[in-house]
Design a protein around this ligand. Sequence first.
Ligand SMILES: C[S@@+](CC[C@H](N)C(=O)[O-])C[C@H]1O[C@@H](n2cnc3c(N)ncnc32)[C@H](O)[C@@H]1O
Length: 513
Amino acid sequence: MRTPVAEAYSMATNCASRTMSCGAHGRRSLPEPFLGVALRAKMPGMQQRKPKRDDRLEVEVERVDERGLGVGRAEHESGEYRVALRRALPGERVAAQVLRRRGNKIEGRLLEVLRASADRTSPPCRHYGSCGGCALQDMSYAAQLATKREICERALAAELVKVDVEPVIGSAAALRYRNKMDFTFGTRRWVEPGEAEGVQRDFALGLHPREQFRKVLDVEACEIQPQPFDAILASARRIALEQGLRAWDLVKHEGLLRHVVLRRSVATGEILMQLTTSSEAPELVGPYVAALLAAHPEVTTLVQAINSRGATVAMGERELVLHGSGSIRERLAGLWYRVSAASFFQTNTARAEKLVEVTLEEARLSGSERVLDLYCGAGTLTLPLARHTAHVHGVELVEAAVSDARRNAEENGIGNVTFSAGDVLAWFGSAGAIECDVAVVDPPRAGLHPKVVELLARIPARRMVYVSCHIGSAARDIAALAPAGWRATRARPVDLFPQTPHVECVLSLERAP
Ligand SMILES: C[S@@+](CC[C@H](N)C(=O)[O-])C[C@H]1O[C@@H](n2cnc3c(N)ncnc32)[C@H](O)[C@@H]1O
């Protein structure tokens, strides 16, 4: 007599061979419970068909990852697969089209939401489906904050960093919060599904569509940027076309116009426009800029950055101030900042105030400490720290940011700060014995260089505040600091980037006695 398992296995074998011989009809006619057993059973010599491009799968979505993709499980005749796809929310059941498979991991495209989450909401942006800028517009803002907390928790746990992550401090404005946008000119325009035939395809100004770095989506309106930027962007596109200027071709490395960066001060309303070109070309750039400024007197300063290299960065080898002072003035945490085109400045002014506040709280300064502020930019953290302690030394790679920082200190009457311009690693090599009670580090997304981690681990500070814009890098660096006795005691995320999966996190570290 056969056991129930053997019975099921036998039916499974029959079913499986029937499926193979009869194709889809046979498969559809199988009774569901046996189908599951049949398809997971390992049958020697029998090749089970794995999901391939364009197959349809049904996915139970469990979480949203740090890229903003919904990640879940899908059952298939050949086993269980992890599927990652845009615009799918935790708790949802969705139908997905297979785009790529590697092992048991699948990248998919959302076809249909079969069971919607209560957190699902209507995306406010007309470009949302195509644009690579935001990834969470389908989710209510409250759910975005909960998701970001989980992203922090998972990243820290993955590196075995044991610390409770506090609820994310949200942004008061979930739209129109950015003070800076960086747009690209391109010769391969992204054509939206349903757009009329015959539209011009060899010129665009906007953002890259998701994972399409050679194409550029003409952005007509962006919901996270200040309203005046929409019209300036439209003029920059229209005037370039009227004057017959060519966009930079990313592949052939020819053409003139490369980037437009717009910055607006919340405090003064001043607007800085940076135009990146492949050469100086005053005979072309002059009339273009004149027409732009005539159409937009609200642009208070215009800087031309010249980048003749292949790398697609808005930053130039050199800059020419074509109009105004070359910088704007912004007010943050009670201080005035001069921000020039090349300087880093936090992109959400209102929430950056909170970031400064949380950093100050975590630094717990009594008034007598010597503080080291690594990756200090134009001094956004350095100057508020200096108001609460004896001395702060800031280190920053970009010379223009250091000049801004020095000027910012002077204009705010802050004298107890010094700065070094250069790479943090090189600075460690030249600084000699470091005297420091508290260290603040705010590196770019890549986090700390492994050698910087080694050197930082040995500084005489008793406290460190790691301000992170990429929690995965921060978790890795904090784990690497642990053998030297450093441990994380608090993690306080602050949301500076609504509608995207990015989150800032202020982490307190203490050295074990
Ligand atoms: C996330 S920003 C933080 C800036 C500043 N703390 C603030 O809040 O405005 C990181 C800064 O690190 C600087 N940077 C990047 N790589 C660096 C390096 N190797 N050495 C020194 N500074 C660097 C960047 O120019 C940028 O200003």
